[in-house]
Design a protein around this ligand. Structure first.
Ligand code: NAD
Ligand code: TYD
Length: 337
C-alpha cells in the first residue's frame, strides 16, 4: 500500500486530489494535514471524510512535532505539499503569512522528509515563479525564476529550498509548476468562481484593468492526474510544468461565463488594476507529456461548462463559503475600487 501525507488537502486542489486518489487508487492511505484557514473547508471532502483510507488531521505544517509524528505513526513514504497561502491579491495586502506558511512551512516539511528518509517529497508550485511573459513564448522548466508578487516570491523561495535539500543532502523530490487551475470546490476569491458567484447574484463582475491579461487555464482533474503521474512515475530531482494549453484573456473567460448563465455583458465592470499584475502566463507542458505521457482530458469549453454546472448544482456549498469572512474580504477588496 502507498502511504502519503497530503498537506492542504481541504483546499481547492488538495481536496480534489484527495478525492481522486481515494476514488481511483484504492491501494493508497491518505493522511491529510490541513490548518483549515479561511480557504480550507471540510465540505470540500464531503463523502470522503470517513473513508477507511483517509485520516484527516487539523493542524499546521509549521508544527514540526506533529508532522514528524504523522509520518512515523502512519509509516508515510511520500509528502505532497499543497498547503499554502495561495491568493496574489491577499499577498499584496499581508505578505507576512505567505512567508510563514509557504517558506517556513515548506522548510518544516523538508526537514522531516529528509530526516525520515522519505521515498519522495513533492512540492506543488506555480508557473507564477517564472514571472510574466510578453505576447509570445511559453514558460519551460529552463525559464529563469523571476517572481513578481509576494505570493510568487514565497513560492519561488520554497522551490529553491526544495532544490537545495536535494542538492545538499540528496532529498528525493519533484517540483510541479502548474498554470491557473479552475473547477469544482474553488474558493470564490479566485477569478472564475468569483465571477460565477457574482453573475448568479446579478452583481458587477470586477475585471482588473483592461481585462486583456492572459492565463493558461488548467482543469482541476487534469492537474490531479498529472500530480499522480509525477508521484508514481517521475525520476527524483525533476521539475515538471503542467498547463492546460488554453490561453484566454480574462474578458474572454468572463464573456463565456455570462453567456452560459444567460446574463448581460453590462455586468462587466472594469476596476482599478492589481499592482504589478503579470500580463501573460503560458506553459510549455512538453516535458511531462513526453516523459510521463500525461495528457489533459478536457478542452477549456468542456471544463468550464462542467465547472459552471457544478456551481449551479452546489448552491449550498457556495452559500456557506460566501458567508461570514468572505463578505468582509469582498468589501475590503472591491468596494470603491
Ligand atoms: P487553497 O488556498 O484553496 O488551499 C490551501 C489549503 O492549505 C487550505 O485548505 C488551507 O487551510 C491549507 N493551509 C494553509 N496554511 C496552512 C498551514 N500553515 N498548515 C496546514 N494547512 C494550511 O489553495 P489551492 O488553490 O488549492 O492551491 C494549492 C497549491 O497549489 C498551493 O501551493 C498553490 O500555491 C498551488 N497553486 C495553485 C494554483 C491555482 O490555480 N489554484 C495554481 C498554481 C499553483
Ligand atoms: P486569480 O484567479 O487571482 O489568479 P492569478 O492572479 O494567480 O493568476 O486571477 C486570474 C486573473 O483574473 C488575473 O489576471 C487577475 C484577474 N482578476 C480580475 O480581473 N478580477 C478579479 O476579481 C480577480 C480575483 C482576478
Amino acid at each position: 500500500m502507498r502511504r502519503i501525507l497530503v498537506t492542504g488537502g481541504a483546499g481547492f486542489i488538495g481536496a480534489n486530489f484527495v478525492r481522486m486518489v481515494l476514488s481511483e487508487h484504492p491501494d493508497t492511505l491518505v493522511v491529510n494535514l490541513d490548518k483549515l484557514t479561511y480557504a480550507g473547508n471540510l465540505e470540500n471532502l464531503a463523502g470522503f471524510t470517513d473513508h477507511p483510507n483517509h485520516v484527516f488531521v487539523k493542524g499546521d505544517i509549521l508544527d514540526a512535532k506533529l508532522v514528524e509524528q504523522l509520518v512515523t505513526d502512519h509509516n508515510i513514504d511520500a509528502i505532497i505539499n499543497f498547503a499554502a497561502e495561495s491568493h496574489v491579491d491577499r499577498s499584496l495586502v499581508d505578505p507576512g503569512v505567505f512567508i510563514e506558511t509557504n517558506v517556513n512551512g515548506t522548510l518544516t516539511l523538508l526537514k522531516v522528509a529528509l530526516e525520515k528518509k522519505l521515498e519522495r517529497y513533492i512540492q506543488i508550485s506555480t508557473d507564477e515563479v517564472y514571472g510574466s511573459l510578453g505576447p509570445t513564448g511559453k514558460f519551460t522548466e529552463q525559464t529563469p525564476v523571476s517572481p513578481n508578487s509576494p505570493y510568487s516570491a514565497s513560492k519561488a523561495a520554497a522551490d529553491h529550498l526544495v532544490r537545495a535539500f536535494g542538492h545538499s543532502w540528496g532529498l528525493r523530490y519533484n517540483i510541479t509548476r502548474c498554470s491557473n487551475n479552475y473547477g469544482e470546490y474553488q474558493f470564490p476569491e479566485k477569478m472564475i468562481p468569483l465571477m460565477i458567484n457574482n453573475a448568479l447574484n446579478d452583481k458587477p463582475l470586477p475585471v482588473y484593468g483592461d481585462g486583456l491579461y492572459v492565463r493558461d487555464w488548467l482543469y482541476i482533474y487534469d492537474h490531479c492526474t498529472a500530480i499522480w503521474k509525477v508521484l508514481t512515475e517521475a525520476r527524483p530531482g525533476e521539475i515538471y510544468n503542467i498547463g492546460g494549453n488554453n490561453e484566454k484573456t480574462n474578458l474572454e473567460v468572463v464573456g463565456l461565463i455570462l453567456d452560459r448563465l444567460g446574463k448581460p455583458k453590462e455586468l462587466i465592470r472594469h476596476v482599478t488594476d492589481r499592482p504589478g499584475h503579470d500580463r501573460r502566463y503560458a506553459i510549455d507542458s512538453s516535458k511531462i507529456m513526453n516523459e510521463l505521457k500525461w495528457r489533459p482530458s478536457v478542452t477549456f469549453e468542456v471544463g468550464i461548462n462542467r465547472t459552471i454546472d457544478w456551481y449551479l448544482a452546489n448552491e449550498t456549498w457556495l452559500r456557506h463559503v460566501v458567508s461570514g469572512e468572505y463578505q468582509q474580504y469582498y468589501a475590503s477588496m472591491y468596494h470603491n475600487r
